[in-house]
Design a protein around this ligand. Structure first.
Ligand code: UD1
Length: 422
């Protein structure tokens, strides 16, 4: 396994291209299961999670062809010959549960392994299952698998989520496109990835209204056709690279960045003393003064501050002037980066879902361990600002969500390299 070595202290200048969104692509790919005509996704990110979803779809009989060095994915579900998503693949990636709704909607049956826990909390799938039941699915949990049937096909219904879930909204939205009648999804997630999925489904012939709001209405159709769809910009990769010049100084333009994708995050950056300017090509970021100011952050479903940027924001606040508080409201165990940042000299006190960060002038490089995707990139960001070398071990998490992080940061002047683990 590789490590990333970062030598802190360099100012960053230049531009970083932002890729298509991992989380959008992971829900757009299973949408192929809704049609027997081809679906082509452009602007796809080149990530190991995409390879895992590819392997899962191929195990069901889908054809997935990666073109233009992985930027374009051509998918076809013409010949589905297996309706079981196996534990061996599902355990690697929770988003695998997203094949359940589409398979069930199209063929009336599916068996999908339960994903199990993960590092950032229990993360159950009960909301996905209750939502599909509201469309008439009959579910049976046996041997760690969900056995789902809808003998006469799914029927439109009202789904009221008790809490906002991105994945459950996506699963039921896909399923509802082929259900008989009208489905109303209340307390739906409003994330840009949901809007992107709805856009793609509309291109395939689905009738969907209200995506981007808390109430989505779907009028079921008999069949969906093929489509070509560009994957929306990755707002989490965008936010991550916006933090790099905020932490190190300099000025970086994130190409393809859009303010509407990261407005709550930009509001917090502004409060901390970081300028974000919209340009023709994206977002240009620089610090107003030498050191950023402490700010409080609370994660919320979109349009609030994203939980997937909380770890990276903490890296920034470790060297802010003053004391910041970060409240994590989405996942119960999402501060695993804190002990690693403390090894670099950060002053952080975690109490339940809150972390208090008292900024220090300078972090110090150290060997650290990445425990999840966003935690690993937060350690790289912290390393960029630290004195000396930071070695981030176990970077396979990083490769799940960031393509060529060392090339992108290296191109704007960061001293960063990938080495075999020491
Ligand atoms: C998605 C993103 C992930 C992001 C998260 C929140 C993908 C592939 N992943 O994950 O990067 O951190 O949204 O923005 O898009 N919950 C339940 N029961 C369920 C489902 C969820 O209790 O059936 C809980 C979760 O444990 C969590 C909360 O709901 O506390 C929100 O999770 P959810 O929005 O579903 O996250 P994911 O879709 O898994």
């Amino acid at each position: 396994m590789d490590s990333i070595v970062v030598t802190g202290g360099a100012e960053l200048r230049g531009e970083i291209p932002i890729a298509g969104a991992k989380n959008a692509c992971l829900t757009l790919m299973p949408a192929t299961l809704l049609s027997d005509e081809p679906l082509t996704l452009t602007n796809a990110p080149r990530l190991s999670d995409i390879k895992t979803m590819t392997a899962l779809l191929q195990s069901l009989g889908c054809e997935v062809t990666s073109m233009q060095d992985g930027r374009v994915l051509a998918l076809s579900s013409h010949d589905i010959n297996n309706h079981t998503a196996d534990y061996d693949i599902v355990r690697k990636m929770r988003a695998s549960i997203l094949v359940l709704g589409p398979m069930l909607a199209r063929d009336g049956h599916a068996i999908v392994s339960l994903p199990g826990g993960c590092a950032i909390g229990a993360r159950p799938v009960d909301l996905h299952l209750r939502a599909l039941e509201a469309l008439g699915a009959e579910l049976d949990l046996r041997d760690g698998y969900v056995h789902a049937k809808a003998p006469g096909g799914l029927k439109g219904g009202t789904v009221t989520f008790p809490l906002v879930s991105v994945g459950a909204t996506e699963n039921v939205l896909m399923a509802a496109t082929l259900a008989k009648g009208t489905t109303v999804i209340e307390n739906a997630a409003r994330e840009p990835e949901i809007v992107d999925l709805a856009d793609c489904l509309r291109r395939m012939g689905a009738q969907i209204d209200g995506d981007g709001t808390s109430t989505i209405t779907v009028q079921g159709v008999d069949r969906l056709g093929g489509a070509t769809h560009p994957v929306v910009t990755d707002r989490i990769e965008l936010g991550t690279y916006m933090l790099a010049p905020a932490i190190c100084g300099g000025e970086v333009e994130c190409i393809g960045g859009r303010m509407d994708l990261v407005s709550a995050f930009c509001e917090r950056l502004d409060a901390a003393g970081v300028n974000v300017e919209e340009t023709d090509r994206g977002l240009k970021v620089s610090r107003r003064n030498g050191r950023v100011s402490a700010v409080d952050v609370e994660t919320q479903p979109f349009p609030g501050f994203p939980t997937d940027l909380q770890a990276q924001m903490m890296a920034l606040l470790c060297t802010a002037d003053g004391t910041s508080t970060l409240h994590e409201t989405i996942f119960e165990n999402r501060f695993m980066h804190a002990p690693e940042l403390i090894r670099m000299g950060a002053r952080i006190d975690v109490q339940g879902g809150s972390a208090t960060v008292t900024g220090v002038e300078r972090l110090k490089g150290a060997p650290v361990m990445a425990t999840d995707l966003r935690a690993s990139v937060s350690l790289i960001l912290a390393g960029l600002a630290a004195e000396g070398d930071t070695v981030v071990n176990r970077v396979y998490h990083l490769d799940r969500g960031y393509e060529h992080v060392e090339d992108k940061l290296g191109a704007v002047g960061a001293k960063i390299e990938r080495v075999p683990e020491r």
